[in-house]
Design a protein around this ligand. Structure first.
Ligand code: ATP
Ligand code: MN
Ligand code: MN
Length: 303
């Protein structure tokens, strides 16, 4: 088909794409061209959330049945026009920061199926812009209804504090709840607040735990607040996952979550179509940022 090597223009960049017919999801017959198409089609929406964030990524050069590489450092061959930021201990890690649609296409061409993000932006790297509650179902138990019910319960709990809560599938088994906050607190302060809020929640829900240790979880759903610590990541909104079915981490409305029976209903095909049709349920997420607090607010009647 002569699709082995082509040049494309994305914004002001000229990119060389290769091996477009390479099968990346063998059981689903999805080739690299389709992955690039996914990221390019949704690039404006994805960039709205990723622009300026330090990114790590998982590459699957031989497809999802081959070896995978979780990379925090930008590869040596990264072109000069792609920005990066040094973070971590001794600032040794060079995280890629995407500012352009072309960066997403460049990554997709490298078979970076998964994008993961730090919870802050380049120039405010020490100040997270959201708290994350990572809901992790117990191993061996596949009960999405239980996770879903807990997501709704945690949403309600957090709303009692006047936080605004956004939900996405992870492309895995659980859900991520994000609470946008003003960018003026450290990761330690964010973690302390997430912990306090989660502690109050798990007291009321016996099927949840804060134990990271798998044996100590005893079949309960982990409310993983440890993702709020410095240098942690979550899979980025709209990222694909390197798993059968090409599931995506899909931002949803709460009604859409209610109607979802299996999280992998949200995948390369459905997320692309749905996002282009109905827009981005998280578009206004930053405008709902509030100060960090642990006191329950009581609204004046009628306000
Ligand atoms: P699931 O819903 O199945 O839990 P998940 O993406 O939330 O999917 P977790 O294991 O809970 O998976 O991890 C949460 C986040 O932590 C991931 O999205 C990823 O960004 C990061 N993470 C997980 N495992 C690793 C790892 N081995 N190395 C680096 N980061 C990781
Ligand atoms: Mn998780
Ligand atoms: Mn987790």
């Amino acid at each position: 088909m002569g699709r082995d090597k082509i040049y494309v223009e994305v914004g002001k960049r000229k990119l060389h794409l290769s091996n477009l017919d390479k099968v990346l999801f063998p059981d689903d017959h999805i080739v690299k061209a389709e992955v690039i198409d996914y990221y390019l089609s949704l690039a404006p929406t994805i960039l709205h959330h990723l622009k300026g964030r330090p990114l790590s990524f998982v590459r699957f050069p031989d497809g999802i049945q081959g070896e995978q590489f979780f990379q925090k450092n930008r590869p040596e061959w990264t072109p000069d026009w792609i920005e990066y930021i040094r973070l971590g201990r001794e600032r040794k890690k060079e995280y890629i920061v995407a500012y352009e649609e072309a960066t997403l296409v460049w990554l997709a061409n490298l078979a970076c199926l998964e994008l993961h993000q730090i919870h802050s932006f380049h120039h405010y790297a020490e100040k997270p812009d959201y708290l994350v509650f990572d809901l992790d179902p117990p191993e061996g138990k596949n009960d999405f209804n239980e996770v879903k019910a807990l997501a709704f319960a945690l949403k309600e709990e957090l709303e009692n504090y006047d936080y605004h809560v956004f939900v996405k599938t992870t492309g895995g088994k659980g859900l991520h709840l994000l609470v946008p906050i003003e960018m003026q607190y450290t990761f330690d302060e964010g973690f302390a607040v997430a912990k306090k809020l989660a502690e109050s929640f798990i007291k009321k829900h016996k099927n949840t735990t804060l134990h990271l240790n798998k044996a100590a979880r005893k079949g309960r759903v982990l409310i993983d607040i440890f993702r709020n610590k410095p240098s942690q990541t979550i899979v980025s909104p709209y990222s694909l996952r390197g798993r059968d079915g090409a599931p995506a981490s899909a931002p949803l409305t709460w009604d859409e979550l209610q109607a979802t029976t299996h999280p992998h209903e949200w995948n390369l095909q459905s997320v692309k179509i749905q996002t282009l049709e109905r827009g981005d349920p998280w578009e206004a997420i930053r405008s709902w940022a509030v100060p960090l607090h642990t006191d329950k607010r009581t609204r004046a009647p009628g306000v």
